[in-house]
Write a protein that binds this ligand. Structure first.
Ligand SMILES: NC(=O)c1ccc[n+]([C@@H]2O[C@H](COP(=O)([O-])OP(=O)(O)OC[C@H]3O[C@@H](n4cnc5c(N)ncnc54)[C@H](O)[C@@H]3O)[C@@H](O)[C@H]2O)c1
Length: 309
């Protein structure tokens, strides 16, 4: 008996890293999996069918069911195709894990248009395009049956977007957008019985290997805290019926620590009885910042370099 017996799942960017671990876990738990991967380089360039096919082969060799898909999920047609593939070939869709991603880091003053566009496209549009067609499928299904679908989307955000990492303005903007998209989709799809959550992972993959140096390597005498299987377990838990009732949430996974992370909220307020003016607002400065530092918020990325993991 697997947690996903009889269910159909899509994982984008599942040829490597965290997505690969998610696809293998879903397959081992009984899901039929569409293993999507364009086979791009870390920067998004190029394509290669082998990573997706190898993951399919691993799932099938372990007795599971999977098909490969090589679409670029940052295109509208790619998003549509993978949903059609799941429904047409595997008989439906229950789980969508949006995971594919690339990095093209630069400081804002050095970034070029292509570095901006490609990262926004792969992450932000690459999360929305499959979600849009999955949402259409689930809405129609719940209208037809009159029942909630019990389906789930799990998105992949990042501390970089939640807290704002310098040097990653393109990536952080996309990942913050994915945080907002998670809440909007959760609200919009609630009536169809679809839960929508996100993970903020920390793992040793090719995206992080040259950033983290040895900090993410397995340490002797300790369990492998940065193995991609670690965040994959959180994503698959959120996708499963064990997470019923949980929607619109972001779960950060770093080593042995899980955190629920919630975002923008009012922390102070001031009041006026007439149209605000620059001067009347300036007069409220001390009220507005009575409990908060008026400077740039601290970057609370307590990850790799801070010890715990
Ligand atoms: N590794 C970390 O510590 C970490 C931290 C925060 C967020 N994330 C996020 O986790 C996700 C997975 O990253 P990873 O670390 O496993 O990286 P990875 O490079 O190992 O895997 C990403 C996969 O996505 C695929 N991909 C890229 N563009 C694609 C496209 N347009 N269509 C289909 N597939 C595409 C790549 O071919 C690759 O196999 C990303 O969204 C990343 O931003 C990772």
């Amino acid at each position: 008996m697997g947690l996903f017996d009889g269910k159909v799942a899509i994982v984008t960017g599942a040829g490597r890293g965290i997505g690969r671990s998610e696809a293998l876990l879903l397959g081992a738990e009984g899901a039929a999996v569409v293993v999507n991967d364009l086979g791009a380089a870390r920067t998004g360039d190029g394509s290669d069918q082998r990573p997706a096919q190898e993951v399919v082969d691993e799932i099938v060799a372990a007795g599971g069911k999977a098909v490969a898909n090589y679409d670029d999920i940052s295109t509208w047609s790619g998003g549509e195709n993978i949903v059609k593939r799941a429904v047409g070939e595997l008989g439906g869709l229950d789980v969508l894990i949006n995971n594919a991603g690339i990095l093209r880091d630069k400081m804002s003053f050095n970034m070029d248009e292509d570095e901006w566009d490609s990262v926004i496209q792969v992450h932000l549009k690459g999360h929305f395009a499959p979600s849009r067609f999955a949402a259409q499928y689930w809405r129609a299904k719940s209208k037809e049956t009159g029942e909630p679908t019990g389906a789930a989307i799990v998105n992949t955000t990042s501390e970089s977007g939640l807290y704002g990492n310098a040097g990653q303005v393109n990536y952080a903007a996309a990942k913050a957008g994915i945080g907002a998209m998670t809440i909007v989709l959760a609200r919009e799809l609630e009536r169809a019985g679809v839960r929508v959550n996100a993970i903020a992972p920390v793992a040793r993959t090719r995206l992080t290997e040259d950033l983290a140096g040895d900090a993410m390597k397995p340490q002797e005498g300790s369990w492998d805290k940065f193995a991609p299987e670690n965040p994959a377990a959180a994503a698959c838990w959120l996708a499963s019926d064990l997470a019923q009732g949980i929607s619109g949430q972001v779960v950060k996974v770093q080593g042995g620590v899980l955190q629920i992370v919630q975002g923008w909220r009012p922390i102070a307020e001031a009041h006026a009885n007439d149209v605000w003016t620059i001067e009347s607002i300036a007069a409220q400065r001390d009220t507005l910042f009575a409990t908060a530092d008026p400077g740039i918020p601290p970057f609370i990325l307590q990850t790799l370099f801070a010890g715990e993991g």
